[in-house]
Every structure is written in C-alpha cells, then in structure tokens.
Ligand binder design. Sequence first.
Ligand code: GN1
Ligand code: MG
Length: 385
Amino acid sequence: MNEEAAKKIEEIIKHYNIKGKCINIEENHTGNINSTYIITMEDDLGNIKHYIVQRINTNAFKRPDLLMHNIESITNHLSRELKALNDNKHQALELVKTIDDEVYCYILQGDNREYYRIYNYIENSKSYDIVKDCETAYKVGQAFGNFQMLLRDFPINSLAFTIPDFHNTPKRFAQLEEDIFNGLKKRIPEIGQEFYTIYLNKKRYGQIINALNEGRIPWRVTHNDTKVNNVMIDATTDEFLAVIDLDTVMPGSLLYDYGDGIRSTAATAFENETDLSKVGLDLELFKAYTDGFLSEMASCITEEEVALMGESIRIITLELAIRFLDDYIVGDMYFKVDPNRPRHNLERAQNQLALAQDIAKKMPDIEKYIKECYKRYRGKSRIII
Ligand code: GN1
Ligand code: MG
C-alpha cells in the first residue's frame, strides 16, 4: 500500500461521519478500472468496522455525479424491494453519506478533482475470480437474475448513461478499426491474427443492439458488468448476499448481462491466463449458471431474448477481445495493466479469442440446453410478472 494513497484515504475519511480511528488500509486489486481499498476502523470501545473506499476513475466515468445518482437510486430501490419481499437473506449495497449528506466527495490534486465514495463492507462474505463447482455457478446466476428481477419496475428513464454505447458491439468494432489507423504504429504488426479473427466474426456483433433498437427485445435496467467477482457470497452459508459494482447499471439488454455472467463464471481460466490451452468454457458450469439465472428470471424474459441467449455469450466474449485489443493499440489507456507485462492487453484479447473459439465449438450444446432449461423454468420463477 503506497503512502500517498494512504494519506489521501485518511483525508477522505474526514469527509464522513465514520467513527473511530483508521487502523488498516488494504488495496484490493481485482478491478480493472477504479481503485478500491478496504479500511478498518476501530472506535473508542474497541469495536471494529470495515468499509470500502473507492476512487472513481474519471477517465472511464466522465460524470461521477450522474454515476453516483444512478447508484444511489438503484441501491435505494433494491433495499425497498427486498424489504417488500421480506427477504432478509439478501442485501443491497449501502452507500455511506458524507457529513454534508452527499454520497460522494472529492479532493483537489492541483486543478484536478479526485472523486471518492464509501460503501459499508459486507461482513462475512467472499467472492470468486474463478468458479470450480456448479453450486457456486448456480448461486452467481441466481444473484444476477435476482438483481434484474428486483429492478423490473425501476423507472428506466431516470438512469443516466454512465458510459454511452457501453455494450454497443458494432461501435466497439468500428472504434477498433479506427484506432488501428491512428494507434501506436509499432504495435500494429503484432495484432494481425487477432484482428483477423475479430473481423471474421463481424456479422455477429449487431444482433443484440439491433434487436433492442428495432424493439424486438426490451430495454431493461441492466448491470452491464456481471463478472463473477461482482457477487458477494455468504462465507458461512454459501448463499449469495449481494451484487456489487453498480457503476455501469444503465438501460441495456438482459442478454449482455447473461452472456457476461457465463463468460466469466463458466470460463475454465481467468482473463489474465496466458496458457491458452487452459482457456475454455465449462459446459457444466454454464448449465448451472443458466439454471440459477432462469430460476429467477424465466417469467420476465421474452421468447426473442431466449433465442439470443446462446449467441450473447459469444458476442460479449468477442466484445471483450475487441476492447482489450483496442486498448493495446492505443497504448493501454483504459484498463489497468501489470507494469511487468508489456503485452497485458494483447494477452487478454488472445485469452478472450480462445474462449470465443471454444464457445463456438460448444454452441450446439449451449443452444440445446438453454431451450430445455427455459421450458423447465417458464412460469415457475419466484415472481410472476
Ligand atoms: C472492467 O473493473 P472491472 O473488473 O469491474 C470493465 C468491464 C470488463 C472487465 C473485464 C467500466 O470491469 O466492462 O468486462 O473490466 N469495466 C468498465 O475484466 O469498463
Ligand atoms: Mg466493474
């Protein structure tokens, strides 16, 4: 933990009504965008409480005020819904208010504002970067299905687009093509093979966004970053507790959430794995996640959405490959990279392309299972709409 960051955190804490003395600050390195710290506070009676302090990356999120407005209204809605359902097994993230009753604060670094927010830490919880067993995959699918189900009545137009065109795969591809012309010339010769594979899949990219824009599938309140490590699991009961990382909650398609959930939960290796022989999609984990997701969502989902569920897994995986490759070309401006890995983003893109290839191989099994599973759960999920 570097001293400068620790000093800043001490300064941030002063903006909040948080009791006691900060006795530990630990950086959590799982995110690729924001900087996250877990702090330990001890009050005069020796009581310990943990908090999550996050610095918002304003390169990715240009309007931290709108972002925090989204998160505040989403978390309020989630906790109201959980209360209405008498659900005390699950939780909504809780923002801590500043002494001025705001949900974020900033400090000045020269002329620049650095934005921070604090969440209550969810005690006795754990999360996974990679899943090995079907029970956990089921719970993660259930958590994201439940999240969307709880937000089914949320006034969608009140949400700001925190990152416009976030899951617009054709636009992501067009951006990559443009950046190949303007990017770092010395990196261009290295990406021929990867770009070619991405190019060959071009016809797939518009399937979800076109269906949304043509009104064939509904806009919904979606999470948009349904990585497995964004689900907190109860360390004692192994039940899911809460969905975290609400920065990208925006209007979108449920399909990107489902696809991204499978991409990260059913992958046999993490995104940073460079031994591509280890990278693939585990069909059993895919099935378990799909079961969990549809057990919550089958009554809300439309037939048109179900028809695109399999393809959504391939599209989001290719979208990630496009984004990592694009970031490599422009000189690693967006995703955090390991300073000891000069080709980190290129390697991530290769990893995602290997995963997309395995998904393509398994697509007939994937499609078949989704149909079966939907039939099984249709009309049986917890809430009928
Ligand atoms: C980023 O920082 P993290 O891990 O929550 C990214 C996601 C990507 C993910 C890939 C705002 O999420 O879209 O899927 O990396 N978030 C943003 O690991 O761009
Ligand atoms: Mg995120």
